[in-house]
Design a protein around this ligand. Sequence first.
Ligand SMILES: Nc1nc2c(c(=O)[nH]1)N[C@H]1C(S)=C(S)[C@@H](COP(=O)(O)O)O[C@H]1N2
Ligand SMILES: [Mo]
Length: 374
Amino acid sequence: MMDSPRRDLRLPGKDRLTVLGETPLVAETPEELLDDETTPVQKFFVRNNGLLPEPATDPESWTFTIDGEVETPLSLTVAELKATFPHKTFRMVLECGGNGRSFFEPPAEGNPWTHGGAGCAEWTGVALADVLWTAGLKESALFTAHFGADPDKTGRRDVQAMSRGMPVAKALEEHTLLAWAMNGEPLPFLHGGPLRLVVPGWPGSLSQKWLTRIWIRDREHDGPGMTGISYRVPVNPIAPGAKVERHETRVLESMPVRSIVSFPADESRLPSGTREIEVRGAAWAGDDAVARVEVTIDGGATWVPAVLAPPRNRYDWVRWRARLSLPGDGHYEIFSRATDDKGRAQPFRAAGWNPNGYGCNVMHRVAVTVGPDL
Ligand SMILES: Nc1nc2c(c(=O)[nH]1)N[C@H]1C(S)=C(S)[C@@H](COP(=O)(O)O)O[C@H]1N2
Ligand SMILES: [Mo]
């Protein structure tokens, strides 16, 4: 299932993330490190599809362009963006489209994310919509195409490592940001600084880092990440391991509902006689809202409702907690299950197998042992 054995990331400014790929660097956050309300930069997952670009010497003069199907193509520096448009700050989940992939059986193609290809940070920038209104969308404007400064994984600069796009309607949502800050600090280089897109609710691959250009197109974009069956899922369910043709697939847009248990950590040991524990975690649901979260310690025979903290804004995650009574010492498997406001809950077993392993939202399992080794 895994190309290389997992190891802990050793990188200044980063916590003990789990490395899934070396070059390009891909590292996920162990679920128990996602216990903060706002995910600190040092715990935030990293996903690169290419090599790193040259760091900007002067972030304020970083320039990006909007061209294509607009009345007035614009070229703006970060300083001009900051000076011209209203600033917005939202706490929003960024999640890789492949989060959960390692639970598909048979294994799907790609990085074996568990549940840690996600984090929730406070992003500051301007609404892409405000910039698009200034440029003026032509009637032919249908789709965006995103470009970044990173060379591809072989070092080529004339091709994009990743260049995806979205329908104009998603680009015009007020939460779709051109962001220069993360958790109140200048956007870190590894997370796309000086400037990145943040397209919440949809696969993280739309949130272009080191953003240099948005090309407004009159058709669906066809850059790397848009061709073949990239970021596409079968329209009708297929047998696990089966092949699927592009015309039988659709683009994965909103990510499915998911929850994680961030406390206790998997394989925790509690003193003998412990009869009550607090379980807590986070839940989110792509474009939709989380309606409820429940927790079980008996494989789903009985469920305990969790108390949800209200999200700060749309696309924020919901922090939840539940108190569980334990009937005695022993080994318990805790599962959390979130349900979105359309009534869709997480499955016990990976469902919706697809060749590239997108959108696996199987429940997170955490084992705890109360008392001495059994
Ligand atoms: N320029 C550029 N932007 C990119 C990528 C990339 O490889 N290059 N990877 C995308 C993917 S697949 C994801 S999941 C997110 C990850 O963002 P992070 O590294 O800040 O966590 O960035 C997206 N933006
Ligand atoms: Mo991703």
